[in-house]
Design a protein around this ligand. Sequence first.
Ligand SMILES: NC(=O)C1=CN([C@@H]2O[C@H](COP(=O)(O)OP(=O)(O)OC[C@H]3O[C@@H](n4cnc5c(N)ncnc54)[C@H](O)[C@@H]3O)[C@@H](O)[C@H]2O)C=CC1
Ligand SMILES: Nc1nc(O)c(N)c(N[C@@H]2O[C@H](COP(=O)(O)O)[C@@H](O)[C@H]2O)n1
Length: 219
Amino acid sequence: MHVVVNAATSADGKLSSRRREQIAISGPEDFERVDALRADCDAVMVGVGTVFADDPHLTLDDPDRVADRENGGEPPHPARVVADSRARTPPDARVLDDAATTYLLVGEAAPRERVGALKDAGARVVVAGAERTDLEGALAELESRDIERLMVEGGGELIFSLLEAGLVDELSVFVGPKVIGGREAPTLADGEGFVEGFPELSLEGVERLDEGVLLRWRV
Ligand SMILES: NC(=O)C1=CN([C@@H]2O[C@H](COP(=O)(O)OP(=O)(O)OC[C@H]3O[C@@H](n4cnc5c(N)ncnc54)[C@H](O)[C@@H]3O)[C@@H](O)[C@H]2O)C=CC1
Ligand SMILES: Nc1nc(O)c(N)c(N[C@@H]2O[C@H](COP(=O)(O)O)[C@@H](O)[C@H]2O)n1
């Protein structure tokens, strides 16, 4: 599987403010690029923290891209994937509507009644790991279901875990023209943080977009 992490940060590296509300960092050119990247992937993944904060839909905006996928024999939208160890996704979350297939990656300890309610809401549940979702196992299971190219949109906890597990191939970061600040505000990679064995990045591209810059790294 090929894993591309894509996110937008403020000039000071924040994904959002300390209130963890969705903040428009990208402009129209970057949103257009993100839509094209989504269209090129088999699935789009977020952590459940992002579902709580943003209630994203994770589908394609451009109807031409939907038509192109259908003409190519693909589903109209990429599948949606939520890393959700304890099955906390609200059953009425937008990612669970019937626009696309949605996988929830849960741990074995996820309460059965919540898993049942989410299956009733249409989710396909993948169990990997005891408490926290085992991302390596879960991604291997997704690959067995024909997800070869996975786009990860955040947030910071999930991105850190994927980097820590050595599961990221590419990192695209749009750095936008805002300063958010705040020690509690989420950053591109949160979690425990690295103290050694820092992932090494190789710069593949730099491009001016909107009022910011797109950085593309190979991990
Ligand atoms: N600017 C941008 O491009 C984006 C910004 N965001 C922002 O990021 C914030 C949400 O980020 P976070 O709170 O860090 O949440 P997150 O979206 O990274 O989700 C973290 C949660 O995922 C679950 N999870 C399951 N298995 C996991 C594993 N192995 N490792 C890590 N997490 C695992 C856990 O329940 C954990 O609490 C929001 O403020 C949102 O607005 C989110 C996506 C994109
Ligand atoms: N690329 C990008 N730029 C921004 O400025 C953002 N605020 C985000 N946020 C993420 O975009 C996703 C929204 O999905 P839908 O439009 O609902 O499909 C979600 O993952 C946000 O956290 N991204």
